[in-house]
Design a binder for this molecule. Structure first.
Ligand code: WT7
Length: 660
C-alpha cells in the first residue's frame, strides 16, 4: 500500500461551497438536525452495545431474541446478535403484509425493450415462496451455495430472496462477467446450483448467459455444478441438458405459493459476493444474516429518509453490493417501493433514466458519478426535456464525485432543491459508512461528509498516527459494526491480512483498513481520495491490477504484464497495460487488440484495457520489482519525477515512452 499515487491530489483547492438542507426537508426528516445526529453519535460512543441493541430490537423482527450484542472473543472474527434467530425475507416481506402493506407495490421493474412489471408485497411473497419451493424440488438444502448469474429482471430478486427464504446462501455473479470469471467463482464457492437466464439485454445487444454457464461447467466446474435453472428472457435458442437444466417457468409455475421461512441463526451466512483485491484472485466476501439485515435496513432508513409513499430507484446492478443492499434488502426491509431497471443509458437512448423518473414519479434517485459525468457530457438539453419534479433526494455511490459533477447533479437533475447524499462504503462494509444524513448535515460538493452514528473512522499514516488537517492518509474504521464482512470465503488468513493487520491505532490492534486514502478538512468533513492499493476503479467497478495482469500473462504471446490506472474524465480511471512479449513474438496493433479481447474473455467487458503498450521489457528495480510509479507517470503522459536510481536499466524508459 502506498500513498504515492494519491499525493498529487493532496493539493486540492479548499472547497468553500456549503449547502444546508432546506427547512422544509429537515422538518420532515427522520433525523432533522445536526444536534440530533450528534446526539445519536454520542449515544453510540458512550454505550455501543446498548446503541446497537436498541436498533436491532426496534427495527428487526426476531423469531428468538439475541442475548449478546457483540462477541469479540475471536476478533477480528466478530459475531453480532449471536443467539438471535430470524429470516431476512420475513423482515423484507411477511412483516409488511402483517402490517397491512400487502397491497403496496414492492417492486417496479422496467425492461430494456420497454416491457414492465409490478409486484405488490403480497405478490412478491408468492413469487419468492414458489421459487423457494422449486429450489427445494431440485435438491437445494439449507447451507448449499446457489450461484445467481442473471440479467436485471424480477426473477433475479426472487432468486436471491428464495435462497434466503430456505437458508441457502447466494453468490450473485454480475452478468457482465465472462464464463471464465464465472467458473472461478463457481469453483471457489463450490456452488452446486446455478440460476441463470437464456440471455440478457444490454445496450442494444444480447448477452448469452446460459452459453456462458455451459462453458464454465464444461471448462472446469462440471464436478461442482449439479443443477441449473434457466429463466426465459431473450427467447434465443440455447441448449438444455436433460436432468441438469430446468426452465424456470416450468419448474416454478406449479409450486405452492407458501414456503415457511427457515429459522436462521443470526450468524448463518446470507451470501457471498466476490470483489477484487490487490493480490491474487477475487475474494468471496461473506455476509451473515442478522448484522447485515440490520445494517442494510438502518442505513437505508437513515440516508434515504424513507417515507411510505416514496418511489425509490437505485440504478446499480444486483450483481454488485449496491444492488444487494439498496435495490433488494434495504428497501424491502423498510417496506419501500423499489425500482429495478434492466437497461443502462446508451447512445440510442440517452434520456432513459429521466424517462423512468418521469414515468414512475421517482422521489429518491441513487446512481454513480460515472453516469452523472456522462450525462453532463451529453448536455442538459436531454434531462431538461423531462419532468423531474417528483425528485426530492439524490444519491451517489461507488467512486469519488468531482465537485463539477456534483453541482451539475444538484442543479440540472435536482433543480437545486434536492439534498445530495454522497455515500462511501464497500462490498466489505455491507452498507454505507460515511454519508450525509440529508435532513441533518450540510453538504460540500465532493465530500462524503461524516460517518454514520455508531461508525468511528480516522485518517492515519502508516504508523497509525492521526494525520494533520487536510493531509492525506489511510482511512481506517476503529470499531466493528453490524454489517461488516465476517471473513473471506475459504481464506480466513487473507481476511486478517487484507483488512486487520496493516495498521494499529493507539495500540488498538483490531482496526479495519479500508484500502482508501482520505483527508479530513478543518470542519471535520471527510474527502475520499481513492484506493491506495493496487485496485483501480473503472466507472466505479473495482478491479485488481493483479487480476488483469494474470489474465494478460495467461495469453501465449505475453511474457510479463503490468497494469496501472490512468485518470479518466468520464470513467474515473482507465486501464493501461504494459506488456512484454515472449521471444519471437512480433508486436503489432492487431496483437494489442487480441490481447484486449483476451482480457475480456478472461474477466469480462469491464476489465477491457483502454490501451496496451507493448515493449521489450518493463522498468524494474535491481531486485526485479516492476516500478509501477514510473508506469503510472508514463500512462498519464507526465514527466517522470522522483528517484529512479534503483532502476536496473534506464534505457527501458526511453523505449517505453516511444511505444506509448
Ligand atoms: C470502493 C469499494 C460501495 C458500493 C460500490 C462499490 C470506492 C465507494 C465511494 C464514494 C469515493 C467511493 C472506494 C471503495 N467508493 N463509494 N462515495 N466516494 N469512493 O463497492 O466495489 O466494494 O468498491 O469504491 O474506493 O473502497 P466496491
Amino acid at each position: 500500500m502506498s500513498l504515492d499515487k494519491r499525493n498529487s491530489i493532496n493539493n486540492i483547492l479548499e472547497e468553500n461551497r456549503i449547502f444546508h438542507p432546506s427547512k422544509n426537508f429537515a422538518d420532515n426528516s427522520n433525523i432533522r438536525s445536526f444536534e440530533q445526529y450528534h446526539s445519536l453519535k454520542k449515544q453510540a460512543l458512550k454505550n455501543p452495545a446498548h446503541f446497537w441493541e436498541s436498533f436491532a430490537k426496534s427495527e428487526i423482527d426476531w423469531f428468538e431474541p439475541f442475548e449478546t450484542v457483540l462477541d469479540s472473543e475471536n476478533a477480528p472474527f466478530f459475531k453480532w446478535f449471536k443467539e438471535g434467530k430470524l429470516n431476512i425475507t420475513y423482515n423484507c416481506i411477511d412483516r409488511h403484509i402483517k402490517n397491512g402493506l400487502g397491497k403496496k407495490t414492492a417492486l417496479i421493474w422496467e425492461g430494456e425493450p420497454g416491457d414492465s412489471r409490478k409486484f405488490t408485497y403480497n405478490e412478491l411473497l408468492k413469487e419468492v415462496c414458489k421459487t423457494a419451493n422449486a429450489l427445494k424440488e431440485i435438491g437445494v438444502k439449507k447451507g448449499d451455495l446457489v450461484c445467481i448469474y442473471m440479467p436485471m429482471i424480477p426473477e433475479a430478486m426472487f432468486a436471491m430472496l428464495a435462497c434466503a427464504r430456505i437458508g441457502a446462501p447466494h453468490s450473485v455473479v454480475f452478468g457482465g462477467f465472462s464464463s471464465e470469471a464465472l467458473k472461478d467463482r463457481l469453483i471457489d464457492g463450490s456452488a452446486k446450483f446455478v440460476i441463470t437466464a437464456d440471455g440478457g439485454f444490454r445496450k442494444d445487444k444480447v448477452i448469452e448467459l446460459k452459453n456462458a454457464v455451459d462453458a464454465a461447467i464444461e471448462n472446469g466446474a462440471s464436478k461442482i455444478v449439479e443443477k441449473v435453472i434457466v429463466v426465459q428472457r431473450t427467447k434465443k435458442n440455447i441448449s438444455m441438458l436433460k436432468n441438469r437444466d430446468y426452465w424456470w417457468h416450468e419448474i416454478v409455475k406449479n409450486q405452492k405459493d407458501w414456503c415457511e421461512p427457515e429459522i436462521m441463526n443470526s450468524e448463518d451466512r446470507l451470501f457471498i459476493l466476490y470483489t477484487s483485491g490487490s493480490t491474487g484472485k477475487p475474494k468471496g466476501v461473506v455476509h451473515t444474516t442478522g448484522g447485515y439485515n440490520l445494517w442494510s435496513h438502518l442505513t437505508f432508513k437513515w440516508i434515504f429518509d424513507i417515507k411510505i409513499d416514496d418511489i425509490y430507484w437505485c440504478t446499480a446492478d444486483v450483481g454488485w453490493i449496491t444492488g444487494h443492499s439498496y435495490i433488494v434488502y434495504g428497501p424491502l426491509s423498510n417496506g419501500a417501493t423499489t425500482i429495478m431497471y434492466e437497461g443502462v443509458p446508451r447512445p440510442s437512448n440517452l434520456g432513459a433514466f429521466w424517462e423512468i423518473i418521469q414515468k414512475y414519479k421517482v422521489s429518491i434517485f441513487y446512481t454513480a458519478p460515472t453516469a452523472i459525468r456522462s450525462f453532463m457530457k451529453s448536455g442538459r438539453e436531454i434531462p431538461d426535456k423531462y419532468d423531474l419534479d417528483s425528485l426530492r433526494l439524490l444519491g451517489t455511490v461507488g467512486e469519488p464525485i468531482n465537485p463539477e459533477a456534483w453541482m451539475w447533479y444538484r442543479d440540472v437533475i435536482g433543480k437545486n432543491k434536492c439534498p445530495i447524499v454522497d455515500t462511501w462504503w464497500q462490498t466489505e462494509t455491507g452498507g454505507v459508512m460515511i454519508s450525509p444524513l440529508p435532513g441533518a448535515i450540510a453538504t460540500k460538493p465532493g465530500s462524503a461528509t461524516f460517518p454514520l452514528p455508531g461508525i468511528e473512522v480516522e485518517v492515519v499514516d502508516k504508523n497509525g498516527k492521526k494525520v494533520k488537517e487536510n493531509e492525506g492518509g489511510f482511512l481506517i474504521i476503529k470499531k466493528p459494526w453490524p454489517g461488516m464482512m465476517r471473513t473471506i470465503h475459504g481464506n480466513s488468513e487473507r481476511y486478517i491480512k487484507s483488512y486487520w493487520e496493516h495498521i494499529s491505532f493507539q495500540g488498538e490492534k483490531n482496526v479495519y483498513f479500508a484500502g482508501d486514502g482520505a483527508r479530513i478538512d478543518k470542519d471535520g468533513y471527510i474527502w475520499i481520495m481513492g484506493r491506495v492499493d493496487d485496485v483501480i476503479s473503472v466507472s466505479g467497478h473495482r478491479l485488481g491490477t493483479m487480476e488483469i495482469e494474470s489474465a494478460l500473462v495467461s495469453h501465449e504471446s505475453v511474457a510479463e504484464a503490468a497494469v496501472v490506472g490512468k485518470k479518466d474524465d468520464l470513467k474515473g480511471e482507465a486501464i493501461v497495460a504494459f506488456v512484454s512479449l515472449e521471444k519471437d513474438v512480433k508486436t503489432s496493433l492487431e496483437l494489442a487488440e487480441r490481447l484486449k479481447k483476451h482480457v475480456v474473455s478472461e474477466i469480462g467487458i469491464i476489465a477491457r484495457p483502454e490501451k496496451i503498450i507493448i515493449s521489450d521489457s518493463l522498468p524494474k528495480t535491481r531486485s526485479g520489482k516492476i516500478m509501477r510509479r514510473i508506469l503510472r507517470s508514463i500512462a498519464a503522459g507526465e514527466r517522470i519525477t522522483g528517484d529512479i536510481s534503483t532502476l536496473e536499466d534506464s534505457s527501458v524508459l526511453e523505449k517505453l515512452k516511444e511505444s506509448s
